[in-house]
Ligand binder design. Structure first.
Ligand code: ADP
Ligand code: MG
Length: 940
């Protein structure tokens, strides 16, 4: 209990509060109960947190006892309920009027008493404040009736305890709020638990810091419904030690205390001023559980009458002393509080300790004082009224208390901690697994990175090598390109030149054709003339014969006449005969001269005809060569080596130089003429048939053979016929001529025919297989006729252009024969030899560069290098070019290097690289010099 007007007081003890609870209190102006019929005028003292102790007075109706003492009956009180006043008659002449917060007459219902006395306190308790409702009065005045009546069967009888709990139940949520009760009795300064009667001396504990009072030993039973309340209160009542007194056998000498513990959880941090310990706010930033803990004390005090009047004795007197101790102490405290005394003797009794918060504390307190109507108890009634009057002066400072619900908070935190712990463990496990996986992956990655590094390094090295190779290749290609460009330029120039030449040749050809026609006409006229002369000669011969006959006749006649006219006519006749004979002889001489003239003229004409024909043939061949050259150059300009090779092969058309090969002209009138000629030949050829022509080759007559060979040679100049001739057996016939014939013309023309057939790739193999090279070599060794040798050389040169036949060609003595023909010193023969060498070297170089063959050139053994050294700077430009080309191709093969060096070829290569008329040849020489280390060494 505290002095009135104190700003704050220590809270009352809290029974059963969790030990770890840390509550902070705040003072709040409580909501005024409404309606509040007993509200006194002096309610407000200006302090909104202050709340005066409410005091009502209730008059018990008369009971049987009162009526039994009817003589004594003289009501000592007069009630003025409407004025909330009570008039106490002290004696017949004086009375005193007292004002209370409410005055209940004997007719006042339990319900109204509850609503006025207890309901405002209960409402306050439901809001979180502590409250006290207490009944004070003499034994038998109806304290227990007012406070503790159960009214189980008659609800109108129910006292404040039952109604308060009914009220609380109606306002609370059983899901979030709890209601629990402790039921105690204070008897002889022992605190006994009415719900656990074995606990007979429950200690009162005060928190040394807060001063809060609690009874930790008392049972706190949570209740759910009214039935349970009845049950517990009945149990409590049964356990209540009741002592009989004279005045009222039902009354108890003990104080009964019902503590209703209310716990409501409805507020959150945002609504509250309560602060949390460090860390808790972080954990529950927006919402943490707050609870309102309040308690309502409903106290049914023991009778306030003095002990001597109770009629007690023996230990009963002792009991009464103890009863009085608590009550006297309460009275003293009330007095002290009412008088604003600096000392409140709260600690003098257990009752005042328990009620510490109810008077001068923080609780809302309502006191009902009960009085009896009998004048016999005037003094008790008077003291009761005075007690009430003094209590009315006490002003409490009610204060709300809210706590953080650490229990549920704890549980929540614990749940959270458990959850987080398991989460952490799971996370740790995951992290460990992940770590292991990552480490494994890292190792794998490192390994693959190393592999990658190695591979990359290798690739870089390879790429570097490739890059170098490509660079050198590109350099080479650039060089080649330059060469090709140069070559192309030269070729272009040559083409232009050759086209000019061709044009000129065509012109010449046209002229030749017309010459041919003229010659043919001349020939024809000459032939006619010859025939005429022969006929004349025959006639002359006939005349001469007849003249001879006539002469004989005349000689006979002369002899006869001589005989007859011997003597006289002798002289005359002799003279006449002599004259006739002379005339005749001169005629014969004249005729003979004429014949001889005609014969010689005829021979001249033949000769002329033949030479013209040969000339025409040569022109034709020349034209063909030029055409082939143009074709070759065009192909070469397209940059195709193989084509050039073919072009080289095609050169033999000029080399073969056979007969009147009908050639196709490319423009104008001459084309038409040639086409006609060719058509005529084709027509004849078709009419006669190739088998018949070939059959003529086997004719017995040489002339026929020669003419047949010429026809075949001419046919063989045409690509279209080359294969057919071979298929029909022409090749065998021609080769047999080479083998068996002794005739040089046959040799020459046959070699030409074979040269023509050797232009065809598939024929080349057949020619070789049938010993053609050997036969040609044989012919070459036997004759010195340049034309024959030219044909033979042309044929061998063509065969040189087939790399597959090189070995056989060498073995059959083809190379040796080719070189051997050099002895003629004839330009055209040498040109063919040079062409053959170039063909051979070029094809061989290609085969070697492609890796199909290795080793020294097949040409070297036969002394080709020496031949080349000796002749590279001689002869025509074309021949020189071929020799240079052949030499450069040989120089490309490293296996030839030694021989080339020995024969002084480096000088030659250097010369070619500087002086050759052709760019490509020069480049080829440079390439050989630059790429061959042996050459480079030699140069240094
Ligand atoms: P106390 O507890 O003060 O000793 P009780 O409550 O036991 O007194 O009352 C004594 C008797 O009077 C009881 O029988 C009770 O029923 C009766 N009584 C008390 N007050 C009233 C009342 N207001 N109306 C009817 N009966 C009453
Ligand atoms: Mg009682």
């Amino acid at each position: 209990m505290a002095a009135t007007g104190r700003a704050s007081v220590r809270p009352v003890e809290r029974h059963g509060a969790p030990p770890r609870s840390a509550a902070r209190s705040r003072s709040v102006a409580p909501r005024r109960p409404s309606p509040s019929p007993a509200r006194p005028a002096a309610d407000h003292d200006g302090d909104s947190d202050s709340c005066r102790v409410r005091v009502s007075v209730r008059l018990r109706p008369k009971n049987a006892n009162d009526l039994a003492h009817g003589a004594d009956f003289d009501p000592c009180v007069e009630l003025q309920p409407e004025c909330k006043k009570l008039k106490l008659k002290k004696n017949n002449w004086s009375c005193e009027t007292y004002k209370f917060d409410e005055v209940f007459s004997e007719n006042a219902s339990q319900k109204r008493v509850y609503e006025v006395v207890a309901k405002p306190v209960v409402e306050s308790v439901l809001e979180g404040y502590n409250g006290t409702v207490m009944a004070y009065g003499q034994t038998g005045t109806g304290k227990t009736y007012t406070v503790g009546r159960l009214g189980k069967d008659d609800p109108s009888e129910r006292g404040i305890m039952v109604r308060a709990l009914e009220h609380i139940f109606s306002c609370m949520s059983l899901e979030t709020d709890t209601v629990a009760i402790s039921f105690l009795q204070l008897y002889l300064e022992y605190v006994q638990d009415l719900l656990a009667p074995e606990k007979i001396n429950i200690p009162i504990v005060e928190d040394p810091k807060t001063g809060e009072v609690s009874l930790p030993g008392a049972a706190i039973v949570e209740i759910k419904d009214l039935e349970h309340v009845f049950q517990l209160l009945q149990i409590g009542e049964m356990n209540r030690h009741a002592a009989n007194t004279k005045m009222n056998t039902e009354s108890s000498r003990s104080h009964a205390i019902l503590i209703i513990h209310i716990q409501r959880s409805s507020r959150t941090k945002g609504e509250s001023s309560t602060s949390l310990p460090n860390g808790a706010e972080d954990m529950f930033p927006n919402n943490f559980p707050l609870i309102l803990k309040s308690k309502l004390l409903i106290v049914d005090l023991a009778g306030s009458e003095r002990i001597n009047k109770s009629g007690s004795e023996g230990h009963m007197i002792e009991e009464a002393k103890f009863i009085n101790l608590s009550l006297t102490s309460l009275g003293k405290c009330i007095n002290a509080l009412a008088e604003n005394s600096p000392h409140i003797p709260t600690r003098d009794s257990k009752l005042t300790r328990i009620l510490r918060d109810s008077f001068g504390g923080t609780a809302r307190t309502s006191l009902v004082v009960t009085i009896g109507p009998s004048a016999r108890h005037l003094s008790e009634t008077s003291s009761t009224i005075m007690f009430g009057q003094r209590a009315m002066k006490i002003v409490n400072t009610i204060r709300i208390k809210e706590e953080v619900d650490y229990e549920s908070l704890y549980k929540k935190v614990e749940r959270e901690v458990d959850h987080l712990t398991s989460e952490i463990e799971r996370q740790q496990k995951l992290n460990y697994t992940e770590k292991m996986q990552l480490e494994r992956k890292l190792k794998e990655s490192e390994a693959s990175l190393n592999d990658l590094k190695v591979t990359t390094n290798m690739q870089i090295e390879n790429l570097e090598t490739e890059k170098h190779q490509l660079e050198s290749a590109s350099k080479r290609l650039m060089l080649d390109l330059d060469k090709e460009k140069g070559k192309n330029n030269i070729l272009s120039e040559q083409i232009i030149h050759l086209e000019t030449v061709l044009r000129e040749n065509k012109q010449q050809q046209i002229e030749n054709i017309s010459n041919t026609n003229i010659l043919a006409d001349t020939t024809k006229s000459h032939e006619k003339k010859i025939r005429e002369l022969q006929r004349q000669l025959e006639e002359e011969r006939f005349q001469s014969a007849s003249m001879k006959d006539l002469l004989n006749v005349l000689q006979q006649q002369l002899s006869d006449a001589r005989n007859s006219v011997k003597e006289n006519m002798d002289c005359e006749l002799k003279r006449q005969l002599s004259r006739t004979t002379e005339e005749f002889a001169s005629q014969v001489r004249c005729l003979e001269e004429k014949i001889s003239e005609l014969v010689s003229e005829n021979e001249l004409v033949y000769e002329e005809l033949k030479s013209t024909q040969e000339k025409i043939q040569q022109e034709m061949m020349h034209k063909q060569v030029l055409e082939n050259e143009i074709l070759r150059l065009k192909q070469s300009s397209a940059g195709n080596c193989t084509e050039e090779s073919k072009g080289l092969c095609g050169m033999v058309r000029s080399g073969s130089g056979l007969g009147n090969v009908p050639l196709m002209s490319k423009s104008g009138k001459s084309r038409e003429t040639l086409s006609n000629q060719r058509g005529t030949i084709s027509k004849i050829f078709e009419e006669v048939g190739l088998p018949n022509v070939l059959a003529l080759l086997k004719s017995e007559e040489l002339e026929v053979q020669i003419h047949a060979v010429k026809v075949v040679a001419n046919l063989a100049a045409e690509d279209i016929n080359q294969e057919r001739i071979v298929q029909e057996g022409g090749l065998e016939a021609l080769l047999s001529f080479l083998e068996t014939s002794e005739n040089t013309t046959i040799h020459r023309v046959t070699a030409g025919a074979i040269a023509n057939l050797a232009m065809n790739g598939s024929n080349q193999g057949l020619i070789m297989n049938k010993g053609g090279a050997r036969l040609l070599a044989n012919i070459a060794s036997k004759t010195d006729d340049p034309q024959t040798l030219r044909m033979v050389a042309g044929a061998l040169a063509n065969l040189c252009g087939n790399e597959k036949l090189h070995v056989m060609l060498k073995q059959d003595g083809g190379i040796k024969a080719l070189l051997g023909m050099f002895r003629t010193g004839h330009n055209e023969v040498i040109a063919q030899i040079a062409r053959g060498m170039a063909n051979f070297a070029k094809c061989e170089s290609r085969v070697i560069s492609q890796g199909h063959r290795k080793g020294r050139s097949l040409l070297i053994e036969d002394g080709v290098l020496n031949w080349m050294m000796a002749n590279s700077s001689a002869f025509s430009a074309s021949t020189r070019r071929h020799i240079e080309l052949a030499f450069c191709h040989l120089a490309q093969n490293e296996d030839n290097a030694r021989d080339i060096i020995i024969t002084g070829g480096i000088k030659e290569l250097l010369r070619i690289s500087r002086e050759s008329s052709r760019d490509d040849t020069r480049n080829l020489a440079r390439k050989a010099l630059n790429s061959n280390t042996a050459f480079l060494k030699e140069i240094q």
